[in-house]
Ligand binder design. Structure first.
Ligand SMILES: [Zn+2]
Length: 261
């Protein structure tokens, strides 16, 4: 029986190693580094069927200030204003293909409309971020109880939709962080997340994909947090999806790592 158990362990180990090799086939390196294996099919290999249970990255604690860098060499992609049935699935496809994890900053009124997309984002291992219920940029000036009620409500909407995965970051609409809202976010366990580089893809119409990618190419540095949008423009986010591919190809060529906050 001991021998049987050992051989079973060996088989299990082999399966784990093979699966590990497949999932390590990242086209863009993440931090911690995953070794790229050229030619390994990437689609779906990364996608988890279990809910993401990530907490705020160990070196980023909920604090009374706004994080604008990852604190490591890795670059963090973030997507605001979703989820959108038109664009979020397309963004998820690209991220899965390149084996990159992003942070999705979601607004409550869209979470209510499309809870299944929140679940898809969490199941793919991405990190959830609270972007308020109604995306009112004046929220930072509201009373503390009103701010707290909004952040708690959106936390609950996102957590219910995701199947139990809580948001761990907070992003104020338009990046209008006031000391008051940052403090309330900290109280409810959310680290405030800013950015250093923007895809300028919220405009109507948004810039062409090449312009979005070129802007990021020129401004991105190790540790940058980049702002994209998978919803919110009155126009289209087709350029966001196209630019995302260009940006990740660019990272690959320049050996830039992505973070997983
Ligand atoms: Zn927004």
């Amino acid at each position: 029986m001991v021998l049987f158990n050992r051989s079973r362990v060996a088989v299990l180990l082999a399966v784990v190693l093979v699966l590990g090799g497949l999932t390590a086939g990242a086209s863009v390196q993440e931090d911690p580094v995953r070794l790229p294996i050229p030619g390994v099919p990437t689609q779906a290999a990364q996608v988890s069927t279990r809910p993401n249970q990530r907490a705020v990255a160990a070196h980023l604690k909920p604090a009374s200030f706004v994080y604008e860098d990852t604190g490591s060499a890795g670059i963090q992609l973030t997507f605001d204003d979703g989820p959108s049935p038109l664009w979020t699935p397309k963004v998820l496809q690209v991220l899965a293909k390149y084996h990159v994890h992003a942070i999705f900053c979601m607004v409550g009124f869209r979470v209510r409309e499309h809870p299944e997309l929140v679940r898809a984002v969490a199941d793919a291992g991405h990190t959830l971020c609270n972007h308020t219920v109604e995306h009112d940029p004046s929220i930072g000036t509201w009373s503390v109880p009103d701010i707290r009620a909004d952040l708690v409500e959106n936390n609950e909407l996102i957590t219910a939709a995701s199947g139990g995965v809580k948001p761990v970051y907070f992003r104020s609409p338009h990046g209008d962080f006031t000391p008051r809202i940052v403090e309330v976010a900290r109280e409810v366990g959310l680290a405030s997340l800013g950015w250093k580089v923007t895809a300028t893809d919220w405009a109507d119409p948004p810039p062409p994909a090449w312009d979005i990618a070129a802007n990021i190419h020129h401004h991105v540095r190790p540790g940058s947090i980049i702002l994209f949008h998978d919803a919110g423009s009155p126009g289209t986010h087709a350029q966001t999806v196209a630019a995302l591919k260009l940006v990740l190809d660019d990272f690959q060529r320049r050996h830039l790592k992505t973070a997983y906050l």
